[in-house]
Every structure is written in C-alpha cells, then in structure tokens.
Design a protein around this ligand. Structure first.
Ligand SMILES: [Zn+2]
Length: 492
C-alpha cells in the first residue's frame, strides 16, 4: 500500500508558469503557491507542504548526478515514482548549488570525477546511505503504508551532506573515532537544515512558524519526519516518534566511551546518530543567534537575512572542518576551528559559537576563554597546521577472541601534529583530559561490533554469529597487506 498524505489529493492540478524564485518569497502567505514548472515536497512528505521550483538539470556542472534509468515525465501524483524522482532531483540540485562554493576544485566527489550515482529505491529497508560510489535510498513499511526515503528532501540532503563532507575532508572517512563519526552525522543534519533554507517559501514559513526564534521545535528542527516516524514504530530507540532527530533538543557533552552503545532517544548514547545531537544542538542554537545579530530588526528577521546567515554557517563549517585534526576529543577540536573561522565572517560570531559550545560542554570555559583571547594567533596556527600537515600512519592490534575472529584485527590510525589542544568540559565544568588515540579507536571499534555494524565477510570463526539485526552495515572486514583490517563501507 502506498503512503497517502491526508493533506493532498493524488493528483494536484497545477499550471505551469515560469517565475523568479524570490517572487515566491514575497507572496502573501494565504495565496496559493506561485508556480514554476515543478511541484515538490517542501521539506518532507509528513509535513504535507508543497512548493514549486525550477526543473533541475542533474547533468550540469560542477557537481553532477546520474540517476540510472529513463527520466520520468513530471507528475503531481504524490504517490508516484515520478513525483519522488523530481522531488529528490530538485533537492540534490538545490543542495549542490548551495554547497558547491566550498567544495575544492577540481577533485569534486571523493570517488573521483564530477558525477555521483543516485539510486532512488534499492530494496526494502528503512534506510538511506552514502557509500562513496552513490547515494542510496530504500523503501519500508509504516502504519500509513510504504515510505520511501528518497521522497524526503530532508533525508536526501542529509545523505548529500555526507558526500559533501567526504569531498572536502576525506580523512574523516577512515578515522576510527566516535566523535569524528558523530560529527559526520552533525554535518549531514546541518546539510538538511541549511539546504531546506535555500527554498524561499520555506524560509518565510519557518520565520512565521518560529516567530523568528529559529531555535525551537519546528519543521526546520525536525529532520526526516516521515522516515523517522516509520523507523520509530519498528525500532523505537533509533528515532523520535515524529522525526529521525530534532536539532532543537538539548544534550550536553560527555566522553562518548562512557555512554551505553544504545539508548532511547530521550537519552544520549555513543551511537553516532545519537551522539551527534550534542554538536547539532549547539550549531542550531548558534544559527538562531547569528540571525538575531545579523537582522536589521532582531525581532523581525527577513527571509533574505536568513539566507545570508545560512551561507555564513556553510562557510564557517567548511573552514572549521578543513582546519581540524582528526584526534581524540574531535568535538572540542572542530568546535575550536569553527569558532575561529566564525571570527573571519563577523566579529559578533565567536561569542555566539563559544557560548553555544560552552553551554553544551563541548568546550570547557577555560578553553573557550583561551580561544577568545587569541583568535588571530590560533587561527594562523590551525591554518598553518592544515597546510603543512605531516600525517603518520599507526596501527593498533585488537585481539581476535573478543570478536569471534580467526586472527587478530589491525586498526589503522592516523596521528596528527601536536599543537593547541582544546578541551571539553567535565560535569564540574573543569577541562577534560582526552583519551589516547589507541584507546579512543578501540572504544569506537568495540561499539561497531556491539551494535552489529560490521560485516564479517566470512572472516568469523566457524559457527560464530555476528550481532545486530540491520542488513546494512557501516563497516566491513577485509584482508589488506596480509592482515585482517576494518574499513568503512558507508554512512547512513
Ligand atoms: Zn547520516
């Protein structure tokens, strides 16, 4: 049974008229949407809100996509594969138009070349993923009928965010660290949020819904509403009842290795999707405060001011992630480089970011005070380290008996140059000492096995059954240089 949205009919008769996008923004709210040549879900099928956009051309540079198969005709049947195709295509093009300025040329996609494949419906699974070769989407059951992950612009732009981050910082793919994996999820959720804000109609609607206070529970903060609701029914600890994750929820930092590997969504676990909410919450808070300081009238920010702030956040995230080293305590590291990058955009921004990071215990007060007093010196130091980085490969060996393997497991690690070390806060507010790289990597690997995210690829002991119920695994075991090693396969 196909999903039926209660607010829509199966076929929406809409005229085909070309207009400028910004005309939509200025239209009174009670008018029917001005029409271009494409009708799409604004953020998610569960919102039930349509908007219109120019028909995208996925073959245009600089970041191209290939959806195998014939291009379907436009359709206003919200339950049709064609409607999902064009909704996904528009989200992809809007997302890459937004992110393209910060993707280094000419490398483009991490797989090489300028074209990334997109598979809109691989098989039954309540999932979506990015595996370096492609963005993959699936379908699965819900009480309302079948849901398709590609039908949600939120989910599409989340997966796109993984691909963009992989293009600008490929080292994060191979780092076996809980906070690095969690930041990848934060970046992907921020991609969903920031790409949604590139729709004029959505910017205006969100300013009305939140009364200008972006840091509230809204269609902007609730990411992947339809897919999240479906996942919640089958796996209540993997999603909120009304979305995959809510960026306006509040969690404080603690060492992820001290957390359980899974928990209900009201608590924090070390699972990257759960733990990412610490950092996403801080960034979402910062986004709201950026709008307040940038608006000519702080109590009546305009859609254009919101767009400008979303572009500032994009540039700050890209610069911050470029300069951060992949080290234990990565949240404090990347919070530092993000705060430093924000100073290059607007002198009011560092106070906003540092306040959000201290509030979420991602940075200790001591570290934040040091950053605040040394913005330019530290910025120069991190930029220099990023340019002159001498990365060294190291190896830690984990015992076969722990994982039901026939031989010990090699875990590759990358050591970074020493420099300023940012600290997160303990519960008493004092600076926290980070664990060593081998200890942090072991905690990450143990968690992967515990939650069943490793495909053994036949390397398990005879008769050993691996854990976990999900078909799609983020990591796999492979033989490399004569030894058994762990490598990432995808991000969900
Ligand atoms: Zn993800």
């Amino acid at each position: 049974m196909a999903y039926e949205n209660p607010q829509s009919s199966l076929n929406i008769p809409l005229p085909v008229v070309e207009i400028e996008q910004e005309q939509i923004m200025s239209a009174p709210l009670n008018n029917p949407p001005a029409v271009t040549d494409l009708t799409i879900w604004e953020d998610d099928p569960a919102s039930g809100v349509f908007t219109t956009a120019p028909k995208p051309d996925l073959t245009l540079p600089p970041l191209k996509f290939l959806i195998p198969g014939a291009e379907p005709p436009l359709s206003n049947d919200v339950n049709s594969a064609a409607f999902r195709y064009w909704t996904a295509a528009e989200a992809l093009k809007r997302g890459t138009n937004f992110w393209a300025p910060i993707v280094p040329q000419p490398q483009l996609w991490q797989r090489g070349g300028d074209t990334l494949e997109v598979h809109l419906d691989r098989w039954e699974d309540l999932e979506a993923d990015y595996n370096r070769d492609a963005l993959n989407f699936y379908h699965g059951p819900s009480p309302s009928g079948t849901v398709y992950s590609c039908a949600s612009p939120d989910v599409v732009c989340h997966e796109l965010g993984h691909a963009i981050l992989d293009a600008i910082k490929p080292g994060l793919w191979t780092a076996h660290l809980q906070e690095v994996a969690s930041f990848h999820e934060t970046f992907a959720d921020m991609s969903a949020i920031l790409c949604a804000l590139q729709l004029p109609s959505f910017r205006q609607a969100i300013l009305v819904e939140t009364n200008g206070n972006l840091n509230s529970d809204s269609r902007l903060s609730r990411i992947g509403q339809q897919l999240g609701a479906a996942v919640h029914v089958l796996y209540p600890k993997d999603a909120d009842p009304n979305c995959l994750r809510n960026a306006s929820s509040f969690f404080s930092y603690c060492d992820p290795s001290s957390l359980p590997s899974s928990a209900l969504t009201t608590s924090l676990s070390s699972n990257p999707h759960s733990f990412s909410r610490v950092f996403t919450g801080a960034l979402f808070e910062a986004l709201a405060d950026m709008l307040t300081v940038c608006a000519a009238n702080p109590s009546a920010a305009t859609p254009n001011e919101l767009r400008a702030v979303s572009e500032d956040m994009r540039d700050i995230l890209a610069s911050g992630v470029t300069n951060a080293r992949e080290i234990p305590g990565y949240f404090a590291e990347v919070a530092t480089t993000i705060s430093l990058a924000s100073a290059q955009k607007n002198p009011a921004y560092p106070g906003i970011f540092l306040g959000a990071f201290v509030g979420h215990a991602i940075l200790s007060m001591e570290t934040a005070a040091t950053i605040q007093s040394s913005l330019n010196i530290l910025q120069d130091e991190f930029v220099e380290m990023a340019h002159d980085r001498q990365l060294a490969e190291a190896l830690t060996v984990l015992p076969s008996s722990r994982y039901g393997l026939a031989e010990d497991l090699n875990i590759a690690m990358t050591t970074s140059p020493l420099g300023f070390i940012a600290r997160s806060a303990r519960t008493d507010g004092k600076s926290m000492e980070h664990t060593s790289l081998p200890v942090a990597a072991e905690a990450f690997v143990d968690e992967l096995f515990m939650i069943g995210q490793v495909d053994y690829n036949g390397f398990g002991l005879k008769g050993f059954k691996s854990y976990g119920r999900r078909r799609s695994k983020t990591h796999e075991l492979v033989l490399r240089d004569g030894g058994l090693t762990l490598q990432r396969r995808l991000f969900h």
